[in-house]
Design a binder for this molecule. Sequence first.
Ligand SMILES: Cc1cc2nc3c(=O)[nH]c(=O)nc-3n(C[C@H](O)[C@H](O)[C@H](O)COP(=O)(O)O)c2cc1C
Length: 196
Amino acid sequence: MKKKLLAIAGSPRKGGNTDLLLAEVLRTAQGAGVDTHMLKLSELKIAPCTDCGACRKTGECVQQDDMQAVYTQLLDSYYIVIASPLYFMGVSAQLKALIDRCQALWSRRYVLKKELRAGTCQPRGMYISAAALNKGDEIFAGSIQTVKALFYTLNVEYKGEILCHGLEEKGAVKQHPELLEKVRQATLQLFADDAD
Ligand SMILES: Cc1cc2nc3c(=O)[nH]c(=O)nc-3n(C[C@H](O)[C@H](O)[C@H](O)COP(=O)(O)O)c2cc1C
């Protein structure tokens, strides 16, 4: 598998804090010679899972929308970086719709016992979140569990998270070069771990 990085932008606020953090991931990846692809979820049509049960028989989702192309991206990418604002202590609705639609991949893997990818590669993933509250990391706990459950289902190794507190206004992260540097270092670490 070619080592492509898939960046998933979960915020509907264009040019917001998580978009800027994700832009740093892309810049770092491109600087390291890694191919990148960006999914802006607010520009895609991804309906919520209806629990129709069809995927338990086929491993495929019957809903024909933009998620069909996203399944391919998720399974073809060696690095997956997900960014979401914290919304009511969880991920954004746009991201949650994508995650719930991965029930089809869960069915493929755990009900139908099929491999998601050919070969034995072990893709890896990272989570970035921004929140207005300036409290401890526990405010992100629910969203971390949700993203971890997704990566577990996709058989993607969870390599950690970057949690950014006290960012309310659009672009507030620009006043925090230390957060952008943290993202840069974590992205480089994601690639460096390939030597493991
Ligand atoms: C619908 C909604 C729910 C939010 N819920 C929370 C929350 O539970 N905790 C928090 O600290 N901030 C909350 N926020 C603030 C955002 O997480 C914060 O402004 C973040 O920086 C937005 O990131 P973005 O610019 O990438 O969209 C909420 C904002 C919105 C619009």
